[in-house]
Write a protein that binds this ligand. Structure first.
Ligand SMILES: *Cc1c(COP(=O)(O)O)cnc(C)c1O
Length: 484
């Protein structure tokens, strides 16, 4: 176990060597007003440079990362992020820009933003995009504000947002944040939105239906055209939570399915290492009828010049300072350029193939959450039968850590008891998928023969099973010197 740097500290040890001060100490102190001078030394660790480097290098090696291992994390699209994207986003010509520079001196950056918007319009079948939102959830809020502005412009903002029971928790949160009442619509036995249930909740009070397609069970909503008709007939709009766009790239376009507004998660579908809270990017695309409501500024091209346009009377205003997380946007731009339209389509086909391959490998040892039909880019298992052996889905997830795998998404979607949600992505090799499947099968056998191996897991990780309730209730991350 790695000690804290305070615990390896030794009084007087230094991590630097500097020449002696060649001006009197008192001189320096006289520059700073008395009240700002500290009275005592700060309580900092005292270690040599080498010990400091080794300590932090060892800590970094405790990290799990996409560069070291597989993340079968459902709904998160944890794919390989080409290193060239990192290099491009790190170019000083980008990182050295200041957001207050005049448009004329940042033409290259504006061109990248403009072209990214255009490419997303093409991929999604939308008429206009904004790159401002900082993540998917922020995109949802932006989308809801646009929906509200649209209905308000027609005389009534309406009251309700309809959301399927399989949706991600950010959907109802975004709708509620925008002042809407959330109405849940149930899924049918097969795991898709129930059309009769949808019809029964639609009325002229409904502002929008927020749909995820493919949905969080990894199933394509085959009735999407019919759903769009039902929604539009009630004068409502259709919103796509585009977090699962990795199953559609180059194959099907939300705009063609009848969606009026959507967000995409650049950090998921279009590469960028993510997790741990960001940074992300959640651009929002709309059909022409909603374009006037997009956040300002918009990027426009006039003759061969790019500029920020603030002239939009019906805009919902800004949703973020400046113009979004440009570092993530540059990565997405490079990713799209690198793959091209054929490459993006291949990514989708391979993501779907990999998911189906894993699902087939696991379905004899684990129960599928829904009937066995081909899935899109992800699939969901249920640990219901394992529960009868005294093993919870959480125990299976923890046991995977012992074998060097990141745990899949668990207990989501909420409609599946003991859910285990797996998304391999297109970037994993057959060997990796096989190794993961073999491990999952081994764990299923352990559940039968020696359940305590699972309920006591993880056994070999740097920290064992944490008290998650205590961690959530007492969020105290500050170290205090014993006795202090
Ligand atoms: C990830 C995700 C979101 C939220 O996106 P963030 O970028 O994490 O804010 C919404 N819906 C689904 C289905 C997701 O997987």
């Amino acid at each position: 176990m790695e000690k804290l740097i305070f615990e390896i500290s030794s009084p007087g040890r230094k991590g630097y060597s500097l020449p002696n001060l060649d001006v009197p100490d008192a001189d320096i102190k006289s520059f700073i007003p008395q009240e700002y001078l500290r009275k005592d030394e700060p309580d900092l660790p005292e270690v040599s440079e080498l010990d400091c480097v080794r300590h932090f290098t060892r800590l970094s090696q405790l990290n799990y990362s996409i560069d070291t291992n597989f993340y079968p994390l459902g709904s998160c699209t944890m794919k390989y992020n080409p290193k060239i994207n990192e290099k491009m986003a790190g170019l000083p010509q980008f990182t050295g820009l200041h957001p207050y520079q005049p448009d004329t001196s940042v033409q290259g950056m504006l061109e990248v933003l403009y072209e990214t918007e255009q490419a997303l319009c093409k991929i999604c079948g939308m008429d206009a995009f904004t790159l401002q939102p900082a993540a998917g959830a922020h995109g949802e809020l932006t989308g809801m504000l646009i929906v509200r502005a649209y209905h308000t412009s027609k005389g009534n903002p309406r009251k309700k947002v309809v959301i399927p029971d399989s949706a991600h928790g950010t959907n109802p949160a975004s709708a509620a944040l925008c002042g809407y009442e959330v109405v849940t619509v149930r899924s049918d036995k097969a795991g898709r939105i129930d059309l009769e249930a949808l019809k029964s909740v639609m009325s002229d009070e409904v502002a929008v239906l927020m749909l995820t397609n493919p949905n969080t069970l990894g199933l394509f909503e085959k009735n999407v055209k019919e759903i769009a008709d039902i929604v539009h007939k009630a004068g409502a709009l259709l919103y796509l939570d585009g977090a699962n766009l990795n199953a559609l790239l180059g194959v099907a376009r939300p705009g063609d399915m009848g969606f009026d507004v959507c967000h995409v998660n650049l950090h998921k579908t279009f590469s960028t290492p993510h997790g741990g809270g960001g940074p992300g990017s959640g651009p929002v695309g709309v059909k022409a009828i909603l374009a006037d409501f997009l956040p300002i500024p918009r990027i426009k091209q006039k003759r061969s010049k790019f500029l920020f346009d603030y002239d939009a009377k019906r805009s919902i205003g800004r949703v973020r300072a400046f113009y979004g997380n440009t570092g993530v946007i540059i990565r997405a731009y490079c990713y799209m350029k690198l793959l091209g339209s054929d490459g993006l389509k291949d990514a989708t086909f391979e993501a779907v193939l990999n998911a189906n391959y894993l699902k087939t490998k696991l379905k004899n040892d684990y129960r599928l959450a829904v009937a066995d039909e081909p899935c899109m880019h992800e699939f969901v298992l249920t640990g219901k039968d394992k529960k009868e052996l005294g093993v919870k889905t959480l125990d299976i997830a923890k046991r995977l850590l012992d074998y060097g795998f990141y745990a899949p998404t668990v207990y989501f979607p909420l409609i599946v008891e003991e859910a285990i949600m797996i998304e391999p992505t297109e970037t994993e090799s057959k060997e990796t998928l096989d190794a993961f499947a073999e491990t999952m099968i081994k764990i299923a056998a352990e559940a039968k023969s020696n359940a305590s191996l699972l309920t006591g897991a993880p056994h070999i990780t740097p920290v064992r099973r944490l008290d998650e309730v205590l961690a959530a209730r007492e969020l105290n991350l500050r170290w205090k010197r014993p006795g202090a």
